[in-house]
Design a protein around this ligand. Structure first.
Ligand code: IPM
Ligand code: MN
Length: 371
């Protein structure tokens, strides 16, 4: 199979984690006989520095002409504390979501037995947790009408949804539920918001086409609590843009490190794959960031291409590193491996260059500390 992949390495740790995913993709290409062509492009603070814009038109064009986009991270603290700044790196991310019509953001939460001690939750709360969040990504308060009064003393953000926008993501959520534990939970605030009442109405209509799927409706404040108290009750969580942003950060820490969490954003054609973590500028250039969020996003990309066997192999490689304690600093601050080492190990495993009888001595040499 031949595919063109736009690479937006972005800011902070974005380039280092993305490089590891490229190693993994190269291993997949070599081992399974595929051809991946990479098209690098600019977005975020690096794009502002080089072109003055967070999302140059050239990047949009390259992405549209690609089969998929692999994104590292965007964001730079020099813009965070300046509310008057006219350009911001995040505008690039919102812009590409809109330009590619990526209306559905998918964020799975997986629990790895060897990491449960790192989770903020007790082990007993984590057993059986396997959920995926379907977050609407191109509507709601993020993209509604925004206004600031002339005197600058009042500001408005509007949350608007059409039945069409709700329906199309609802179908994707229900279809996925059929392949999983057959449950969809709609998270909304229908006791207060008109837009949430529309979500409920449309989801109820869509649900009628999926009689095998159980539907649950919960308010977002309760969902935030349930995500901690009883996360195993969730299978597919469906929600609007802003609620999904908040709930998915909460869900991403259950597994023990946000560095592990992948995501896919899909629309009509080109889809985008990115780790849930941000640009983590404090770690940039130190070779200590966790590349697994990006690598698992690449596995989601392979599934999107229909390369399920390859995607499975990448996930097995990740599980193999974690259960053999080949982990980055966020997981083990004392005995950790570098970002680049982990990328090589996972790529080697994918390419069947290491077996379970791994030569620990060689890998020990690539470790950060000598014990
Ligand atoms: C995310 C991020 C973005 C969002 C920001 C960076 C605009 O938090 O992808 O979840 O709010 O959607
Ligand atoms: Mn977010």
């Amino acid at each position: 199979m031949k595919k063109k992949i736009a690479i937006i390495a972005g800011d902070g740790i974005g380039p280092e984690v993305t490089n590891q995913s490229i190693k993994v993709l190269n291993a997949v290409a070599e081992h399974y006989g595929h051809e991946f062509e990479y098209a690098p492009c600019l977005m975020g603070a690096v794009a502002i520095d080089k072109t003055g814009e967070p999302l140059p038109q050239e990047t949009i064009d390259i992405c549209i002409s690609s089969d998929a986009v692999l994104l590292g991270a965007v964001g730079d603290p020099k813009y965070d504390n300046d509310p008057n700044s006219k350009v911001r790196p995040e505008q690039g991310l919102l812009g590409i979501r809109k330009a590619l019509q990526l209306y559905c953001n998918i964020r799975p939460t997986t629990i790895y037995p060897s990491l449960v001690h790192l989770s903020p939750l007790k082990e007993s709360f984590l057993q059986g947790v396997d959920l995926v969040i379907y977050r609407e990504l191109t509507g709601g308060i993020y993209f509604g009408k925004k206004e600031i009064s002339k005197d600058g003393l009042s500001a408005t953000d509007t949350c608007t949804y059409s039945a069409f926008e709700i329906e199309r993501i609802a179908h994707l959520a229900f279809k996925d539920a059929l392949l999983r534990r057959k449950k969809v939970t709609l998270v909304d605030k229908a006791n207060v918001l008109e837009s949430s009442r529309l979500w409920r109405k449309v989801v109820q209509q869509v649900a009628a086409s999926y009689p095998d799927v159980t539907v649950d409706y919960i308010f977002v404040d309760n969902a935030a609590m349930q995500m901690i108290l009883n996360p195993k009750q969730f299978d597919v969580v469906l929600t609007e843009n802003m609620f999904g942003d908040i709930i998915s950060d909460e869900a991403s820490v259950l597994s023990g490190s946000i560095g592990l969490a992948p995501s896919a954003s899909v629309g009509h054609t080109t889809a985008l794959f990115e780790p849930v973590h941000g640009s983590y500028p404090q770690a940039a250039g130190k070779d200590i960031a966790n590349p697994i969020g990006s690598i698992l996003s690449t596995a989601m990309m392979l599934d999107f291409f229909g390369l399920h066997e390859e995607a499975k192999r990448v996930r097995e490689a990740v599980s193999w590193t974690l259960s053999n304690r080949f982990v980055t600093k966020d997981i083990d601050p004392i005995n950790f491996y570098f970002t680049s080492t982990l990328g090589e190990l996972i790529a080697d495993y994918v390419g069947h260059k290491i077996t379970d009888q791994v030569n620990h001595e060689n890998i020990e040499l690539r470790k950060s500390t000598v014990i």
